[in-house]
Design a protein around this ligand. Sequence first.
Ligand code: ADP
Ligand code: MG
Length: 684
Amino acid sequence: MELQDPITVLRGVGPKKAEALAKLHIETLEDLLLTLPREYQDRRAVSRIAELAAGQRTTVIARVERITENYIRSARKQMLRILVSDDTGALGILFFHAHFLKRAFRVGEWYAFYGTVSQGRQGLQMVHPQFSSAEEREEGILPIYPLTKGITQRDMRSWQKQAMPLYEKAEEYLPAEVVARCRLTDPASALGSMHFPEDRQKYLEGKFRMIFDELFLLQTGLMAVRAAGTKGEGIAFDPAADPAPYIRTLPFPLTAAQKRVLEEIKKDLISPKIMNRLVQGDVGSGKTAVAEAAMYMAVRSGYQAVLMAPTEILARQHYDGISAAFAVHGIRTGFLTGSMRGAEKRQVLQDLEDGQIQILIGTHAVIQPDVSFARLGLVITDEQHRFGVDQRIRLREKGMDPNVLVMTATPIPRTLAAVLYADLDISVIDEMPPGRTPVRTRCLQEKERETAYRHAEQEMAAGRQVYVVTPLIDTSESLEVRSAQETAEELQQRFDGHSGHGAYRVALLHGAMKQEEKDRIMEAFASGDIDLLVSTVVIEVGINVPNATVMIIEDAQRFGLAQMHQLRGRVGRGSHPSVCYLVLRGDSEIAASRGAIMESTTNGFVIAEEDLKLRGPGDLFGTRQHGLPALAVADLARHGEVLQKAREEARMVIEEDPGLDRPEHRKLRARVSRMFSGGFTLDL
Ligand code: ADP
Ligand code: MG
C-alpha cells in the first residue's frame, strides 16, 4: 500500500463508493488519511440504567422488552417506542417518523444504544439514539467524519483502519531541536491519534503536531523565499534619484501616510538590499501615487520598472493614468496584455529589450517567457492577492534581482498579515485622502429594492453614475438569484433612453464577454457615456470612476464581507457623497450580521477582523486567495498560539540555514517544496 494508491485498493471501495468519495475530494489513500474527523464520540463509558441522569451522553446495553407504535394526534407525529431494560431498570427509546425501524429490533435481544438521556413523561428516555446489536457495538473514542450520500461512518472507519499500516512509514522530518523544544509527538502517532485517539491527551498531542506541521512548513517556505530574496547584493537605486520632482506634478499633496510609506520604500530602494515590500492600503487610500513615485525613482536611476495588474481593465486604467503622468517627465511607458498580437506586440517586446520603454504596464503577460528587459530594477504587482508566490518568484527571475513592491487593498488582520506575508516587509497606508465623505451603507430587504432604484434615478438626474452588481451572469445557474442579464434587461426597460422609456444609458458588463467588449464598456462608463452599469464582480478590483455615487449590490447574501467591501470601494471616490445599498434576499442570519457590519464601518481592517470572527470554526480563512497553499488542518483564525510557536521555530531554522541546504534539513526542504507545489501532504 502506498499513499498515492487509488482509494479502490481498500476492501469495500468499489466504483460506486469511489464516486461518492470523490465528492469529498478523496481519491488516494493520502486524501483519505488527510480527511480528519470533524468530531469524536466517546463510547468508552457504558452506563447501567439505574445510574442514568437526564442530560448524560452515554452508551447503554439493554434488552428489548416491548415495541409499541403510536400516532400522537396533537403533534401529528408517528412514534416508535421501544422499552428496554438491563438488570437495574428500564428505559424508553423513542424514534419519530421511523416506523421502518421496528424491523431492526427483536424482543428479547440485546442492543447497544448511544445518545443523550432526557426526562420523558414515562421516565428516562433516549430520543433517536445510535444503535447496534450488542455484539457489534463500537467501543472507544469514535471518529466522526464528514460524509456524503452513500457513505457511512462505519465505512469511513473501516477504510481508515485499513489504511493505518501506512502510518508506520511516517518519518520524522523536523529538526530534532524543534521536536524537542515544542515537545512534539512523532508524525506516525500524531496521525494515528487524530483518527483513533486513545484518550483526550493523545488526541490533543496529535492535533497539535498536525497543525504545527502545516503552519511550520508554510512559514518556513515563506521565510526561505524571503531569505533568498534578501541574500547578497541587489540593485541599489541612486540616492539622488529623488521622487520629489514627480510628486510636485501630482494634482494633490500626499497624505502623511503616503509620505511615510514612500519613505520606507525609498530607504529600501537606495540600499543594496533587495526590496520585498507589501503596501497594504484600503481601497482609495492612494496606493497608485506611491507606486508611481517608486517607478519614477527606478527610471531616474537608469532602470526599468514594470507594473502588473490582475485584469486587463485595471491594467488599461493604470496605463492611461500613468502614461499621461509620466509623459510630462519625458518618460516612456509601454502596455502589454495577453490579447496583444503580431506587430504591435513585437514592437513592445523590442522596445523593452532595447530599453526604449522605461515603464511597462500590463497583465500577467509581462512575466511570460518571451518578455525580456534591458535593465529591470523594480517590479510592482497591484492587488497581489491574485498572484501566487511562485509568480512573484518568476517575476524576480526576469531581471537581475529587481526590487519587488506588492500592493494590496485586501485588508487582513495584523496577525494574519504577518503569516500570509512572511516573505515581505509590510507598509500600511492607514489614512484616506482628505475631502472624502465616507460611503453610507444601507441594507434593504428584497421588497424594499425600489428605494435603491429611486435614489439611483435621482443621482443620475444630477449627472452621477450608478453601479449595480449581481452575483451571476445569467439565470440558468440558479432561479433563486437575480442575474446580471435579467437585471440589465429590467433596468433597460425602466431607464434606458435608447431601448426603454427613460433618459439614461444602461449597459451590461460581465466576465464572459470578449475583452474588447469589456474594455469598450468600461471606457464608456469611465468617460460618462454610460449612466448605469450592471455587472458581475469583474469590476471588483481597482476601477476608478469618481463620478459614480451609487452602488447597488443585488443578492448581497451571496457575497463575503471582504468582497462587499471591495465593491463598495468603487463609489465614494470623488467629492460627492455616495451610498451603497445591499439588497438581501432570504433571512440568513449570517448575511444579516454581515450587512450590519457593512452599515457600521467603512474601515477595511475592522471588516477584516469581523470577517475572521464570523467565519467561525472549521471554516478556513482562505490562504488560497492570497496565492498561498490551501491549509488542510490548520485554521489561521483559531490556531493563533500554534501559529506563534511555528513562526518562532521557522525563524530560528531559517536564520541558521536560509536555503535549507544542510544535510539534516534535506527532508524538511523536500516537504516545504511539496507544500508550495501541491499543498499540504503527508509524505510518509
Ligand atoms: P487605491 O489605493 O485604491 O489604489 P488610488 O491610488 O486609485 O487608490 O487612489 C484613489 C483616488 O484618490 C484617485 O483618484 C487618486 O487620484 C486620489 N488620491 C490619491 N492620493 C491622494 C491624495 N493624497 N489627496 C487627494 N487625492 C488623492
Ligand atoms: Mg489601486
